[in-house]
Design a protein around this ligand. Structure first.
Ligand SMILES: *[C@@H]1O[C@H](CO)[C@@H](O)[C@H](O)[C@H]1NC(C)=O
Ligand SMILES: *[C@@H]1O[C@H](CO)[C@@H](O)[C@H](O)[C@H]1NC(C)=O
Ligand SMILES: *[C@@H]1O[C@H](CO)[C@@H](O)[C@H](O)[C@H]1NC(C)=O
Ligand SMILES: *[C@@H]1O[C@H](CO)[C@@H](O)[C@H](O)[C@H]1NC(C)=O
Ligand SMILES: *[C@@H]1O[C@H](CO)[C@@H](O)[C@H](O)[C@H]1NC(C)=O
Ligand SMILES: *[C@@H]1O[C@H](CO)[C@@H](O)[C@H](O)[C@H]1NC(C)=O
Length: 856
């Protein structure tokens, strides 16, 4: 590719150098006007050449008064003259339109600056010769009809202010301008161009199609620019597109500061909208600065004025141009092939074109006759960036303008003939202002009903410029826009046909911020455009399933957001199940422990007559063991799917079983104390002894606990509750205690009893108890107490399943403590040290203990 460009570049340089080597002085000798004869004439004011007023010294061969200036041709506009010629020849050749009257034209060059415009107009209307004006006199005795002016609105406006003094009909072929449609200011001005009412919509639709949301806008700095800007802003705001910059350019391109181009690279897509005359300077700068990294969307085409061109890269390669959708005029294309300097000898531009491109030489006598031309010379072989054969919008307006004039003349002629039939054949006598009535009539008629005006305001072609290497100059239709079509069918594009500027390997992006994917939301930044934002992940349990959302949505009840935050899932129900490893472990431990307890019961029953079993109130031991079995089993209530019954049952069985167990321990401890302290003074003790107090302890204590439970169940019983927060993706079903106060009262009561038992056992720790019963009792109570006191903070700091497991664990641990510390040593003696479990041994031991005890 690079090599290819280089080769072309090299060839191009050669071409240019050769083109300039042989340039004759005739090329620089130019007049500002020429005339095409006819009975009635149209004044044509077209911009075709101008002069550089730079201080640089031009070529030495440049003749006389243009010596200080450098002439600059715009051969692309030469098409205007061709369109004018084409229309006039068609009309003159048409026997049913203006019969026996021929149309002609007077051409005047309009320099690209407004300076000499009035001089041309005066010259045309009145002049006797160069620079001798006599306003209000028509010294040339020519039958003027109308003036054709353009392309810039300033040219038309300036000419218009003069012409309206005479009510002289003026037809403009430049882009439609609201300013010129003011009938008060320009009563005899008629615009040929259609209003571009849908063009901003069309351009915005294209921008939306490619998901560009950050585009630049370059506009002319005049009344038009402001209208366009408000049009675009409105349309873009509706579609969520932001303007990265808006640059309003002054009409003279020499006054552009470096500042103007500063933030040009902020976007990849820039819209250039306006008329070519106001924006030519910008386009020229873009070309000179080689701004090749932008996709330009335009409603105008760049005119290359200089043929000298040393760069192969065209910044406008890959541009997209919106043009009115006209039927191709094949007659015009055919006409162009027939044009040559001999056919129109009066024409001052054709010889120059021929000289430049077909290497002809001017004759020395007059600069019009050419010699030694290539035989195949014809306008349609020109490079398209120099001269384009397909009819431009302006040319079409000129063509339509000439027809409008012809039709008006025709109508007027018919009217004249009806009024003065005898004057037949005498020719046409009229004042130009008389034409206005007929021009207005034609303007009022539906423009589309006239076959010579096929303007359809609302349809646009989208062209893609293929100009790599430069000079290729292809304009390829890649789509169209039709404002009248249904909303989603307005834009029609062949995306794969588009050639983008070289630096883009795929469809260009133009966004201020990368779009936020699902799971994220936009956060707009203070003081910045709404298209510039950061992405931030959705909050917990919120999702976004689309790109670029402003707000995340909360997942519905019983749903949870996945890790990507782009979908809500139904939560699954969770509880401490038997299948759960934790549940399974706890359940098996509970079962094992209750089996162990049952085993201990078995041992005790088997050895019921041994001293160790007998010594410690056999009945209480049995009660304690059976209660412990229930304690272990009651933990199973906590495992499995909870229901209301289970919830109530788990708390009550737990409370009651443990109360009985603790009451039994208390009874045991009191029994020991009573057994040894019977001689202690105290009526209470004695009363207890006599009334067999310990026997009442269990029922009384249980009754109190039952009372607490009763109040609890009656006021706010436990119920099934759901915890959707704790565990991700699950709803935990668990028993709510109903009343925390009640639950804590139950626990408190249990702990109080444990402390009571501990106190009793502690009092009797030094009594000569054969089997150290009180020591073990106090120890087990201490453990029991510790387990439940530790349980409380841990319990309150956990949630969900762990909370339940924690309670089960505490139940199992405290019951195990009772089992192990109270019955462990006894089983050890029964099973492994039967020698200690004999009455002889006990007697001996008791004696020695009694001795020790009495010594104290
Ligand atoms: C045109 O001129 C011819 C003869 O020169 C004449 O016969 C014919 O009537 C004229 N037509 C009109 C419309 O004046
Ligand atoms: C524009 O975005 C939409 C959705 O985000 C996508 O489907 C489409 O392909 C994009 N268009 C282009 C031209 O990238
Ligand atoms: C015109 O003909 C000459 C030879 O006469 C040839 O060299 C040249 O390439 C032709 N130009 C075009 C544009 O066909
Ligand atoms: C202007 O019109 C008159 C009358 O029709 C005609 O005689 C005269 O030749 C025309 N002038 C020119 C310059 O064509
Ligand atoms: C312009 O295009 C380039 C390359 O494709 C890309 O890296 C950059 O982000 C684009 N700039 C904007 C503003 O989108
Ligand atoms: C996004 O979620 C909403 C509501 O949850 C749903 O109606 C919509 O269809 C989803 N859109 C996509 C693209 O998944």
């Amino acid at each position: 590719m690079v090599a290819w460009i280089f080769i072309f570049w090299f060839m191009q340089i050669n071409k240019c150098v050769s083109a300039f080597t042989y340039i004759s002085s005739c090329y620089y000798r130019i007049s500002e006007e020429f005339h095409h004869e006819g009975d009635v004439v149209i004044g044509a004011f077209f911009p075709l050449h101008t002069f550089h007023t730079k201080k640089e010294k031009p070529h030495s061969t440049i003749p006389y008064y243009y010596l200080d200036n450098k002439i600059q041709y715009n051969f692309k506009n030469y098409q205007y003259i061709l369109a004018l010629n084409f229309a006039i020849e068609e009309i003159n050749g048409n026997p049913s339109l203006l019969p026996n009257i021929s149309l002609g034209f007077d051409f005047y060059n309009v320099r690209f600056t407004g300076k000499y415009i009035h001089s041309n107009t005066f010259n045309w209307l009145t002049a006797l010769g160069l620079r001798n004006y006599l306003p209000n006199y028509n010294c040339k005795k020519r039958n003027f009809t109308a003036a054709l002016t353009g392309t810039s609105w300033i040219t038309s406006a300036l000419t218009g202010t003069l012409l309206q003094l005479f009510k002289f009909p003026q037809i403009t072929f430049g882009p439609y301008d609201f300013h010129l449609s003011d009938r008060g200011q320009y009563p005899s001005l008629y615009q040929m161009a259609p209003k571009d009412i849908s063009l901003s919509l069309a351009i915005v639709s294209l921008v939306v199609y490619f998901n560009w949301s950050w585009v630049g806008l370059i506009l002319p700095d005049d009344h038009k620019g402001n209208i366009i800007l408000s049009d675009f802003s409105e349309e873009m705001e509706r579609k969520g597109i932001c303007l990265a910059f808006v640059k309003m350019t002054p009409a003279t391109w020499t006054s552009y500061f470096a500042k103007f181009w500063e933030n040009m690279d902020e976007t990849n897509v820039t819209i250039i909208y306006g008329d070519i005359d106001s924006l030519e300077g910008v386009m020229r700068n873009i070309e000179q600065r080689l701004l090749t990294w932008n996709v330009w969307i335009m409603n105008i085409e760049h005119h290359i004025i200089d043929i000298a061109d040393y760069f192969m890269l065209d910044p406008f390669h890959g541009s997209l141009i919106f043009k009115h959708n006209y039927r191709e005029n094949f007659e015009f294309t055919k006409f162009i092939q027939t044009v040559n300097p001999n056919k129109y000898p009066e024409d001052i531009y054709l010889p120059k074109l021929w000289h430049l491109f077909f290497k002809c030489s001017f004759s020395d006598i007059n600069c019009h006759v050419l010699e030694n031309c290539q035989t195949n010379a014809s306008l349609d072989v020109f490079p398209r960036h120099i001269f384009d054969g397909s009819m431009s919008d302006e040319s079409r307006s000129i063509y339509n303008g000439v027809y409008t004039v012809a039709h008006s003349l025709h109508e007027m002629r018919i009217q004249q003939l009806q009024m003065q039939p005898y004057e037949n054949g005498e020719g046409m006598v009229f004042f130009p202002w008389q034409l206005n009535t007929f021009l207005k009539d034609i303007e009022l008629k539906d423009k589309r009903s006239l076959d010579w005006r096929q303007t359809i305001d609302t349809e646009y072609d989208i062209l893609n410029i293929w100009n790599l290497p430069k000079g290729l100059g292809l304009k390829v239709k890649i789509g169209s826009f039709s404002a009248n079509a249904p909303q989603d069918q307005q834009l029609c594009l062949s995306e794969q046909m588009i050639q983008w500027p070289e630096i883009f390997s795929e469809i260009p992006q133009s966004v201020c911020s990368e779009s936020c994917g699902p799971g994220f939301r936009k956060v707009t930044q203070e003081g910045k455009s709404i298209c510039c934002y950061r992405c931030t992940p959705c909050a917990d349990n919120e999702i976004s399933n689309d790109t670029d959302v402003d707000k995340c949505v909360k997942c519905p009840e019983r749903h949870y957001a996945n890790a990507e935050k782009n979908n809500c899932f139904q939560k699954s129900v969770s509880f401490l199940a038997y299948e759960d490893p934790l549940g399974m472990a706890l359940a098996s431990i509970a079962l094992c422990l209750s089996a162990l307890t049952a085993f201990v019961i078995g041992i005790f029953v088997k050895h019921r007559d041994t001293p160790i079993v007998k010594a410690n109130n056999r009945a209480l031991s049995y009660i304690l063991l059976i209660t412990l079995t229930f304690c272990f089993l009651c933990s199973l209530n906590f495992i499995g799917q909870p229901n209301t019954a289970a919830c109530i049952l788990q708390q009550t069985t737990f409370a009651v079983a443990f109360t009985i167990a603790l009451a039994t321990v208390l009874a045991k401890a009191i029994t020991v104390v009573l057994a040894f302290k019977v001689s202690f003074p105290g009526r209470m003790l004695r009363w207890l002894m006599i009334s067999r107090g310990p026997n009442y302890i269990i029922p009384v204590c249980t009754l109190i606990q039952l009372l607490i439970c009763g109040i609890w169940m009656a006021t706010s019983p436990p119920f099934i509750d759901q915890d959707p927060q704790t565990e991700y993706g699950h709803i935990i079903i668990l028993c709510n205690k109903g009343s925390a106060v009640a639950f804590h009262s139950v626990l408190g009561y249990l702990c109080f009893m444990a402390l009571g038992s501990y106190a009793m056992a502690f009092l009797s720790r030094n009594l000569p108890d054969t089997f150290n019963e009180s020591k073990f009792l106090s120890f087990s109570m201490l453990v029991f107490f510790c387990v439940w006191v530790t349980f409380l903070p841990v319990y309150h700091s956990t949630k969900g399943k762990v909370m339940v497991a924690m309670e089960v664990f505490s139940i199992l641990a405290s019951s195990t403590a009772l089992l192990v510390f109270i019955f462990g040593p006894k089983c050890y003696i029964i099973l492994l040290r039967p020698d200690k479990n004999s009455f002889n041994h006990i007697r001996k031991k008791t004696l020695s203990r009694r001795k020790n005890f009495s010594k104290i």
